[in-house]
Write a protein that binds this ligand. Structure first.
Ligand code: ZN
Length: 242
């Protein structure tokens, strides 16, 4: 049966990286944050929705044929359209309501699997802080998002960003096994793949390696206690490699 994998995470937590790793397989297609081309809410989304993908798709082609065809099928039809060519679609839109709608549209056609990726709340806060997009309440949003996602899809595979970048091969292999999707040797070397990924932080393709930045450990942010507790729960549930 055809499959869709929904990636759940808050911003700045490695969802694009995970999408590339899971999608680096000829049977799989990495969609990126595809919801935004169907539900545009920023200027660069609208530009893509009008057919110019030069800033939206990782292929950088203005008239990307893949997404031009998907746009014609609409948000309720493009999964089925892509399933004619690929067995597995990996969606990192992250929006819970979008995933709920896709689950409805594809009922009886495809099977949904879910995976969550997370960082420490202080690490995510540091990313917002660096982009001058900082609010004190942000760790509350972290708590709410992961709680809601895991309430809805309680059997989600849980992956720590730090484990993914420290043991990419082991984590990729194990995640694919748990998601019941194909894994091929060296799939984690995502920089060798070719993609049509929408709106993700595709500059990671230039890195050609995995690296860890531990500077968040020096931060002194006030973190909502619920977020810290949730991080602890994610740590307990995460995929472990021996
Ligand atoms: Zn493209």
């Amino acid at each position: 049966m055809k499959k869709a994998v929904f990636i759940g995470s808050v911003s700045h937590s490695g969802s694009t990286l995970l999408n590339f790793v899971l999608g680096n397989n000829k049977n799989c297609f990495a969609l990126g944050e595809c919801y935004a081309v169907f539900r545009p809410h920023k200027r660069h989304h609208s530009v893509a929705a009008e057919g110019d993908f030069s800033r939206a798709c990782s292929c950088r082609e203005k008239s990307c044929s893949v997404w031009t065809e998907c746009l014609e099928k609409g948000e309720s039809g493009f999964y089925s359209h892509l399933w004619e060519k690929y067995d597995v679609l990996i969606d990192s839109s992250k929006h819970i309501s979008w995933y709920e709608d896709q689950q409805k549209y594809t009922e009886g056609i495809g099977k949904v699997k879910t995976i969550v990726i997370y960082k420490h709340p202080a690490d995510v806060l540091l990313s917002f802080y660096k982009r001058q997009n900082f609010t004190e309440n942000w760790s509350v949003a972290y708590y709410r998002y992961y709680s809601e996602f895991l309430n809805k899809w309680s059997d989600s595979v849980v992956v720590s960003y730090y484990d993914l970048v420290s043991n990419p091969k082991e984590i990729a292999e194990k995640a694919c096994e748990l998601l019941e999707i194909p894994y091929v040797e060296k799939q984690e070397e995502y920089w060798n793949g070719s993609y049509h990924l929408l709106f993700g932080k595709d500059h990671v393709l230039n890195h050609k390696k995995f690296y860890i930045d531990n500077s968040w450990k020096e931060t002194k942010f006030e973190i909502y206690s619920g977020a810290l507790k949730l991080f602890g729960e994610l740590e307990k549930r995460k995929v472990k490699v021996v």
